[in-house]
Design a protein around this ligand. Sequence first.
Ligand SMILES: [Zn+2]
Length: 179
Amino acid sequence: MSRARRSNDWGFPRWRGYGSSREAAQVRLCDRVGCSEPATCPAPKSPNSPERWQFCQAHAAEYNAGWDYFAGLTTEEAAERERSEQQTSAGYRESAYYGWAGSGDGSRSRDELRALEVLELAPDADFDAIRKAWRSKAKEVHPDVKPNDADAARAFQALQLAYEVLRAAEERRQWNGAA
Ligand SMILES: [Zn+2]
C-alpha cells in the first residue's frame, strides 16, 4: 500500500502523489528546494513576469518578505539575487540570465530593459537618450558631488552598471550590423 512510487519522484515540475497511498491526488509541490509541502501559493518570478513560482504557504511568506524585490538593489545585486534564486530552484533556468549576451535579433534583453529602468527611460529609448540620461543622472550622485554618501554611491554604481550594459549591447548591435 505504501510502496514508494519512484517514477513519480523525479523531473520538473515537481509533481508527486500527496500521501503515498492516494496516487490519484496529485499535487504540485513547493518549488523551494528540499520542501515537500504542497504548493498552494503562486508568486511572480519577477516584476511584470507572467511566470510564477509555486510555493507552500511558509515559503511564499518567506519569498514575499523579500518582495520589494529589485527596489533598492543595485542592478548587480538584483542580478545576483536572480541568479541565486534560479540556482536554488533547480538550476535549470540559469542560462536565461547568461543569455543576455545577445540573442542577435536586435531586440532588447531583460538586462537592457532593467538598465533602462534604472535610467528611467522607455524600452525603445535610443542610445543618444541613454547617454544623456546617464550623464545627467550620474552627475547628480557623483562621488565628487556627494562624498561620503552611501546612497549616492550606490545609485552612482547602479547608473554606471546600467550604462555599461546598454553600451555593450549597443556595440554588439553595431558589430552585428543591426543598429
Ligand atoms: Zn515550501
